[in-house]
Design a protein around this ligand. Sequence first.
Ligand code: UD1
Ligand code: PEP
Length: 432
Amino acid sequence: MTKRPVLQMSGNNILKGTIRVSGSKNASLPILAATLLNRCENTLENVPNLLDITEMCSIMQHLGAKVYHLNDRLHVQTSDITVNEIPASLARTIRGSILFLGPLLARFGYVKLPFPGGCAIGTRPIDQHLKGLRALGADVSLDGGVIEAKALTGLRPGEVRFDVPTVTGTANILMAAASLEGTTFIFNAAREPEIVDLVTVLIKMGALVKGAGTSSIKVCGTSSLKPASHRIMADRIECGTYMVAGALAGQPLTIVGGIVTHQTILQKKLEELGATIFVDGNTIMVYRATNPRAITIETASFPGIPTDMQAQLMTLLATVPGISTITENIFENRFEHVLELNRMGAQIRVHGRKAVIIGVPTLIGTTVRASDLRAGAALVLAGLCANGYTMIEDISLIDRGYESIEDKFADVGASIWREGLGSKAGLPRFQE
Ligand SMILES: CC(=O)N[C@H]1[C@@H](OP(=O)(O)OP(=O)(O)OC[C@H]2O[C@@H](n3ccc(=O)[nH]c3=O)[C@H](O)[C@@H]2O)O[C@H](CO)[C@@H](O)[C@@H]1O
Ligand SMILES: C=C(OP(=O)(O)O)C(=O)O
């Protein structure tokens, strides 16, 4: 009988040594989708070996792209894309599948795509993506969870004004606009670093883009985009997760390969809590908070505390004396990890969007379940510091976004291992 893999760890770990941050999942996904625009061979470095990337590449291959590794680079050849529909079986595996909407519509004037998958953390509407594409001349309909968009005479540049800043929505409009002759304006755009990384690639392809990283972006597109070669930025959520691990158990934990300027607010919060952090260039050294203080956290879009760090921070606050609070402002249903942390002895109550955390002396190891990617990461952090043995089930959710998490923590002294069939994240490398 197949035994699904689990992560196991013995508790009270001290983390000492150097841990390296991989390439960003949420930057790789739109950049992979953007390669559909130029009908060329593109070369990407630092693409992380993650389940979400494997799924994204499978969709690219379904569409007709050739995707293969050569000397640690991912080559993506998009000359022969013939398909402009994605079946539900592929689209529902990842949130990133929504990122094909803009590029396929721009390339073919038609796309049919079921609602995307991804972390179950709220309703995750896509009305802003559709509003943006309509502003560029698309005729969009929704039928039984399937999106169909047409622009039979082609999309046209225009003005897109988002009601809420959406990361993947901004990426979709940027990609479509980059391939349209003329100027498109995007207002209330997302300012996340992953948008800046995507824009860097679109500029390499030949689009002129101003304002990435601010809420107003101007795109002068071209219908003859060139091939691009790009090194994906470091994963700021993985980096943040290790910073929290350092604040929990670092003696010290040294994090390399991240981008310090992406962590300004997180660093301030960890220091407010009592962790000691030294920064030298992009090396971040984090010492455990020995006399931690309760703090208040609110998630926000960049440069605020990311919603993707909320669960990990909750683990950190679970054993801080006093009463801390976390308000989740981005997604309305992102507290599933509370049940599992409470199972480990935490005292957390949820009141709508606010979690009230009464610090307990220690967490206690037990069997828990990852309900989504970051909830899974939060449980890894909890298990590393708890008293006794912890087992985490449903770890494929963790493999969506953390490359070799158990190897990385084991290399800095943690007692953590994976068991069960398909034990190593088991991600197929695309053929050389
Ligand atoms: C693949 C990827 O990059 N995923 C990230 C991306 O998700 P994703 O792009 O799905 O998240 P959005 O930025 O779109 O969501 C931000 C907010 O806007 C709302 N909204 C969004 C779109 C829309 O059409 N209508 C609408 O109301 C959402 O409900 C949410 O409240 O940004 C999130 C917020 O930083 C991160 O947690 C995810 O890790
Ligand atoms: C929510 C996340 O991912 P996705 O948007 O791909 O579900 C995440 O990375 O934390």
